[in-house]
Design a protein around this ligand. Structure first.
Ligand code: PFF
Length: 470
């Protein structure tokens, strides 16, 4: 009996390392969740998809899909204690299920590399803009001149390549050092700074006087701006912003100590991620509206409108620089999590050092990322598809709109329908019957059906309605 306990304890550690505490797991997961999705994508998607209407659907998706799927992912990771591919395989084997379930772990390995390949491009721009803002380049600038600066930067692939490569190198450096000396170190440094900077930005934003306009903008439900894309964009974004549907949170869950329940961790992660998106959005729109500027520019919101607004506000160079620093920290703590499913898997498979694998993954990501680097200049007009999307947009939309929700759907089905309930309940450490009943209904029915409904709606609008004269 005693011996058994000892064996369980020994096996209950991941070979890759463990987070020092439950709180560090939560911080790491928040670090993964809070990123460019919250600060770069969310505000411009709101601007594009009609403000509050998008926001409402996004919140519904977070509650109905995000919560159960994230809990399922963490549970599978913590029960398996290995990379997503092998954790799923372990559970499938134990319960006589097909090995093919582990394919969804593979989707995460590939998805992580693809997402990082375009994510690092924007993270590189952010690094460049930290420097640009602090240098006072935007002080007193006109919007047109600010736009020209961005255009000139984007027209030069070498410059984008430089910053993109620096970001990948920093990520590889930290992940190569392992869970405790690398990932955890990064989290311990960046997360406190990130929260402090967020609060500074909010206070600064409110002080500029555009706050009420920004609240109205974010919470005004104008459904007339909704298109076929809105629901699938909001759902995809819910997956993207929570880092679910590709195993990143599952990989982090594998290093989570067994104290404390998964459910409370998920609650905290989701609330903080959503709050950061709202607060960052309010701060950005506040300064934009204080300058009476438009929110309609797509990528330009963060790289043209925001720098122009900062440049014309008091102490704008310093606060603008701090703002981009904040975004940079957020991007970095997400970037490191994108590689973890792949790194953990290949370390297990090839039984070789983490350093070698990290460098190899970095090189593969870098090579693939070249397509995204060139999407803003040489390969800008790439009429690959009817929508005229370049590689950057194809990678972004294929993962956000499609891969993450599909993998999320499969995870929900696997955990809800193919694993024994007692195992799942024990893994989640849910004591109350009521909470368990809600969760099991959510993972078996609500989440999968919601994902299918959104897909059906968007595909109907996009691919079927036009042929019916709609
Ligand atoms: N959640 C991150 C963001 O909002 O920027 C992006 C992300 C990180 C997506 C990790 C997926 C992932 F696995």
């Amino acid at each position: 009996m005693n011996e058994n306990n000892v064996t369980t304890k020994v096996n209950d550690r991941s070979q890759h390392g463990m987070w020092s505490s439950k709180m560090l797991f939560v911080l790491a997961a928040v670090g993964s969740a809070v990123g460019l999705g919250n600060i770069w994508k969310f505000p411009y998607m709101m601007a594009e998809q009609g403000g509050g209407a998008f926001f409402l659907i996004y919140l519904i998706c977070i509650a109905l899909i995000g919560f159960p799927v994230m809990a399922a992912e963490i549970m599978v990771g913590r029960e398996g204690r290995m990379s997503p591919v092998n954790s799923i395989l372990k559970l499938a084997r134990e319960h006589n299920r097909s090995k093919s379930w582990s394919l969804m772990g593979w989707a995460g390995v590939v998805g992580g590399v693809v997402i990082l390949s375009f994510y690092a491009v924007i993270a590189g721009w952010i690094m460049f803009y930290i420097w640009r803002m602090f240098s006072g380049e935007f002080t007193g600038i006109e919007a047109a001149a600010s736009g020209e600066k961005l255009d000139a930067f984007l027209a030069n692939p070498w410059q984008i390549l430089l910053w993109f490569s620096i970001f990948i190198a920093i990520v590889v450096f930290f992940v190569a050092r392992g869970v405790n000396k690398g990932l955890e170190l990064a989290i311990r440094i960046c997360m406190p700074l990130l929260f402090v900077l967020l609060i500074v930005m909010l206070i600064y934003g409110v002080a500029q006087g555009g706050f009420m306009d920004s609240v109205r903008y974010m919470f005004d439900f104008d459904f007339s701006k909704m298109t076929w894309e809105t629901p699938v964009a909001a759902m995809g974004h819910a997956f993207f912003t929570l880092s679910i549907g590709m195993g990143a949170i599952m990989a982090y869950g594998a290093y989570m100590p067994r104290e404390g329940s998964v459910k409370s961790a998920v609650g905290i992660i989701i609330v903080i991620d959503t709050l950061v998106a709202i607060v960052a959005g309010l701060a950005i729109f506040s300064i934009v509206f204080a300058m009476n500027m438009e929110t309609t520019q797509k990528v330009g919101l963060l790289f043209v409108t925001a720098p122009t607004a900062f440049g014309n506000l008091p102490l704008g160079a310093i606060f603008g620089g701090l703002f981009f620093l904040f975004v940079g920290f957020a991007a970095f703590t997400s970037g490191i999590s994108l590689t973890e499913p792949a790194i953990a898997y290949f370390v297990e498979k090839f039984k070789t050092s983490r350093v070698k694998i990290a460098v190899a993954i970095g090189v593969i990501t870098w090579v693939l990322g070249l397509l995204s680097v060139l999407s803003f200049n040489l390969l800008k007009e790439f009429p690959f598809n009817s929508e005229n999307w370049n590689f950057f947009e194809i990678f972004d939309k294929a993962t956000t709109y499609f891969l993450l929700p599909v993998v999320g759907l499969i995870i929900a089905v696997f955990v809800g329908w193919f694993l024994p309930w007692d195992r799942v309940r024990k893994g989640l450490e849910i004591q109350s019957d009521l909470a368990w009943n809600i969760w099991i209904v959510a993972i078996r029915f609500v989440a999968p059906i919601s994902i299918l409904v959104v897909f059906a709606f968007s595909f109907h609008e996009k691919f079927i309605a036009p042929f019916l004269g709609g």
